[in-house]
Design a protein around this ligand. Structure first.
Ligand code: PMP
Ligand code: GLN
Length: 379
């Protein structure tokens, strides 16, 4: 009998719902990926670098030119300096960065504060490292954090707090005051932070992304994880990064070195070139706000309730006025019977809190969004 290290873990909901959408020919607004092409300039760069022979292992820490562009961008946008050689590491997607950061930080018995609903890659990494998750449950519609309550959950075993802003699956974002309160409750404590900031450029209505690195005290104890896949519509490239002070990066790199060693070389060259034009990322909020608004307009006269997403490319909708079916069942019903796939929010809570909320990904072309809206309006 082979003893599982993760006995309670099944297949991720993203795989399950995308497979169901494919089987039933449904519009797939479940798994978070764009159904449109990336900028042809970026694709051309990838092809050029591959043809020019940049196809062998990249340096373990990532291509220097790409780390340099990240350093420039982070200082320009957030006023935070990261040393190119010692504090920036290119990874195989943010998934690897998060896994490596958790592995570098968490030992057996350490407590990790996780806000729920939580992106699904955090828990397995915590468990594999013998960590103990301490859940803070956030609720629809605003998913606000009560920092006094968080403070009450901190013990002398707390080692790590994972924050995600803009947030998947809820579309909420942290304010400056959230960062200040976070700093206050971990003052004088040996607690580290992971900032899952993969949606840093997907933020709406003039809101500003408050990266953990904008706060000097938080920056010193944070691993900030980002994803080029999310920002530039190339989720399949699986290129991300981790920004962390040197002492943390040293330990992070020990793990990264033996998880993947390095990642896809030609794409690192392409991205290093592409990042030189700041318009390529400064234009992203407007680009996605337009999509969010098309989707919201298309369901404006439906019976669904919603608060407009503040960031990420996800919109939550509440259907409790329509049926009391469980969200998992309703998501399956919508996929099979009506042809629109979504993600039920309860799967992101360890106790499957079901507030009758579904997550729709609006990183889709206009026709898909309109069609999905028409179907949802018929409910
Ligand atoms: N964190 C969050 C919140 C995400 O939504 C995702 C999904 N892309 C990731 C991390 C992983 O990013 P990547 O695809 O770059 O591994
Ligand atoms: N981050 C994407 C989402 O939330 C999916 C990533 C994945 O499929 N693992 O839908």
């Amino acid at each position: 009998m082979f003893a599982s290290k993760l006995p309670n873990l099944g297949t991720t909901i993203f795989t399950t719902m995308s497979a169901l959408a494919a089987e039933y020919g449904a519009l797939n607004l479940s798994q978070g990926f764009p159904n449109f092409e990336a900028d042809s300039e970026l694709l051309k760069l990838l092809g050029e670098y591959a043809e020019r022979g940049y196809n062998q292992y990249a340096p373990m820490t990532g291509l220097a030119a790409l780390r340099e562009q990240l350093s420039i961008k982070t200082e320009k946008l957030y006023g935070a300096f990261y040393d190119v050689d010692h504090e920036i590491t290119i990874t195989s997607g943010a998934t690897e960065a998060i896994f490596a950061a958790i592995s570098a930080t968490v030992s057996k018995g350490d407590e990790v504060i996780v806000f729920e609903p939580a992106y699904d890659s955090y828990l397995p990494a915590i468990e594999l490292n013998g960590g103990v998750p301490v859940y803070i449950t956030l609720h629809y519609p605003n998913f606000e954090v009560d920092w006094d309550y968080v403070a009450s959950k901190i013990t002398n075993k707390t080692k790590l707090i994972i924050v995600n802003t803009p947030h998947n699956p809820t579309g909420s974002v942290f304010s400056k005051s959230d960062l200040d309160k976070l700093a206050e409750i971990i003052q004088d404590k040996n607690i580290y932070l992971i900032g899952d900031e993969v949606y840093e450029h997907i933020i709406f209505d003039g809101l500003v992304h408050h990266s953990l690195c904008t706060h000097p005290f938080l920056k010193e104890r944070s691993f900030i994880c980002g994803s080029f896949g999310k920002t530039f519509h190339v989720t399949g490239w699986k290129i991300g990064y981790c920004l962390a002070p040197k002492v943390l990066s040293v330990e992070f790199r020990k793990i990264h070195q033996y998880l993947t060693f390095s990642t896809f070389t030609p794409a690192q060259y392409a991205l290093a070139e592409y990042l030189k034009n700041e318009e390529h990322y400064l234009s992203i909020p407007t680009f996605y706000q337009t999509k969010r608004d098309i989707f919201l307009k298309s369901i404006a006269n439906s019976r669904l309730k919603f608060v407009p997403s503040q960031g990420s490319f996800f919109q939550n909708v509440c259907y409790k006025h329509i049926t009391d079916q469980k969200d998992v069942d309703f998501a399956v019903y919508l996929t099979k019977e009506l042809g629109v796939a979504s993600i039920p929010i309860s799967v992101f809570y360890h106790k499957n809190v079901d507030e009758k909320v579904l997550r729709f990904c609006f990183a889709k072309d206009e026709a898909t969004l309109q069609k999905a809206g028409e179907i949802l309006s018929s409910l």
